[in-house]
Design a protein around this ligand. Sequence first.
Ligand SMILES: [Zn+2]
Length: 236
Amino acid sequence: MHATFPLGRPAGIAVGAHWSVLPAMALLAGFLARSPLPDTVPGLSPAVYWATGVTGSLVFLASLLVHELSHALAARDRGLVVDGITLWLLGGRTEPDGDPPSPRAAIAVAVAGPVASLAAGAGFLVAGLLSTGVAAPALTWLGWANLLLASFTLLPGAPLDGGRVLQALVWRRTGDRRRARAAAARSGHVLGVVLVAAGLLQVVWSGSLAGLWPAGLGWFLAWCARAELATCAPRS
Ligand SMILES: [Zn+2]
């Protein structure tokens, strides 16, 4: 997947966005403008809700970038060349060239993103508590969204960050990189299938289409994990 348009070079790392970011941002702005903002602070004009919703979705995009930049800077600190970061529909993608030199370095690179999201989430929640008006629910939503992002990415299955941690731990224990990669990919596949099942059960049980989100994410996770597993097969 390639970036459709460049967004600059913070800290010397090329950042770009795939076109799929635009509908995701529009959906998010619409959701914020129609639900949490008017529900919490009613009686304002639609223009205020929409302006805050658009700002909130842009700040969320920026916090995704902070997550990815943290991975990229941690990778560069450990001697890896980072080709660039691409933001897209389901988040971001940092492209280091090559593998981390040790399990310890792999863990440091993997946890850098979730740690940044946890810090951002806590910061937004505090800012939400200290704010008034329509900014308060927007900041609170950004806080929970970042905490959810950190928690989701720490789930122990590749290609998620938690999967990279699992991979590094198996690598350290067995000394076998390929076996570690396969174990993390298998775990990612199981995790994806569980998420699809949980999402579909939610749709059937409650009749709410909200379950399609975890189901879609799970399907994508399982698909990526299978593709990764295929690269772990012993060469004949
Ligand atoms: Zn990450």
